[in-house]
Design a protein around this ligand. Structure first.
Ligand code: DI6
Ligand code: FE
Length: 415
């Protein structure tokens, strides 16, 4: 009989989880959800060092190894919200009331409301106020099993205030257990003081603003709202070129209200993701498939705006474009701070399966952020792990409002 070498023993591990059902979300495992039942998982130094059927567990020191029985419940990767605007001040509840009385989004914008009202409130807030408001929102996500969040700027719309938002995102990254990636979205809307001078504003975004963002290492990516109420294809292209010059990855708010071909453009730049995409056509889907650009569906905005144009889900699937799902949490079009609600809506509104919905907030959300170390439970991945009191992972999309999270580890640390 071969003797055990150090490699086939599990020594000095930080935590061993036993008696688990694991929805690995690893697409190289044929079972639905990449599931391994009656499984165990070992964590060391924040990473997964062993995972598999418990019957195959290598020998380990039962006295020295901290062990937790999962008692036949489920582990999944920590959830990833790959598209949020969660650093902002103020509320748009009054605007919500107006809209319910029939005032349109455009009329509200013409009265100085809409994005402009959030910009005023955000400019008036200091770092501390923004930090406190954002921390509450992150806590809500953490409580439902979210371990990575992307945060966009875009409610500052001048140098000092865009920087302030991104600095708050970095402060949150330092002081909150959730891992945070930040995105510079200076080209979110045209600030009032640049009315009629959108090309000049884009000059500023591509020049001084981006230079300061890069000099202070404040962003992991650059985004543009490419839309007739946002910025044109040509303006979006200029921002992407500037981002590329600085070596930053790009992504795009594309085809939300009309087809501006933003998805094709972001694919041309080998972008991370095209987000919203209700009005995406087949050429756009094809371009995304060729470039490996992820589709990010935002059912919260679709629902809140009572949109009726469906994103081209069948085409995305036909071309094997990975589909992620995110909250788009923002005060105007998706004031809905729950990724579980988004999973449910992705199923009810877009007819995704619960398995596709879970892949959308794990494996494919990691892809949308260009992260290869998470989103799937496998050896070598970050130990970002959610432990749920559920009988089957479909329950995560099916039920909303009763928190089924029992434990959450981020980089192997229990929260
Ligand atoms: N698309 C949206 O739905 C939000 N931003 C964007 O680019 C709208 C943001 C807001 O109304 O505050
Ligand atoms: Fe958005």
């Amino acid at each position: 009989m071969p003797s055990n070498t150090t490699n086939d023993r599990l020594d000095d591990i930080d935590l061993l989880l036993t008696d688990a059902n694991i929805a690995t979300m690893d697409d190289s495992i044929a079972a639905p959800y990449g599931a391994i039942e009656n499984a165990a998982l070992a964590i060391k130094n924040g990473k997964i060092v062993w995972l598999g059927e418990q019957a195959n567990l290598p020998p380990f020191d039962v006295f020295a190894t901290p062990t937790l029985s999962i008692k036949g419940q489920w582990l999944t990767p920590g959830l990833i919200d790959c598209h949020t605007h969660l650093v902002f001040a103020g509320s748009r509840a009054e605007e919500f009331e107006q809209r319910l009385q029939g005032v349109t989004y455009e009329q509200i914008a013409a009265q100085g409301g809409g994005i402009a009202s959030t910009v005023r409130a955000t400019r008036a807030a200091d770092h501390e106020q923004l930090f406190v408001a954002a921390k509450d929102r992150l806590n809500a996500l953490l409580a439902e099993g979210v371990t990575t969040v992307e945060i966009k700027s875009g409610y500052g719309l001048d140098c000092a205030n865009e920087i302030k938002i991104l600095e708050v995102a970095r402060l949150l990254a330092e002081h909150h257990p959730i891992d945070i990636k930040s995105t510079f979205l200076g080209a979110h809307a045209l600030p009032a003081e640049f009315q009629g001078r959108s090309d000049e504003y884009i000059d500023w975004v591509c020049g001084e603003m981006l230079e300061q963002v890069v000099a202070n290492n404040l962003a992991d990516a650059v985004d543009v709202f490419c839309e007739n109420v946002g910025f044109s294809y040509a303006q979006t292209k200029r921002v992407f070129q500037a981002a590329q010059k600085h070596g930053l990855a790009v992504k795009c708010h594309a085809e939300q209200l009309s087809n501006q071909h933003g998805a094709e453009l972001v694919a041309e730049f080998n972008g991370l993701s095209a987000d919203h995409i209700e009005y995406l056509d087949e050429a756009g889907v094809q371009a995304m498939a060729n470039a490996g650009t992820t589709a990010v569906l935002l059912p919260g905005a679709f629902y809140f705006l009572r949109e009726t144009q469906q994103p081209p889900i069948a085409l995305l699937q036909q071309y094997n474009v990975p589909i992620a799902i995110a909250s788009d949490f923002n005060p105007g079009t998706s004031p809905l701070c729950s990724l579980h609600l988004m999973m449910n809506m992705a199923c009810t509104l877009f007819r995704l399966t619960p398995e596709q919905a879970l892949a959308g907030v794990t494996r494919n959300a990691a892809k949308a952020l260009g992260l290869h170390d998470r989103g799937v439970l496998k050896v070598g991945a970050r130990a970002d792990i959610a432990h749920w009191q559920i009988a089957h992972p479909s329950q995560l999309s099916y039920q909303f409002g009763v928190n089924k999270l029992l434990n959450l580890w981020i980089l192997g640390k229990l929260n």
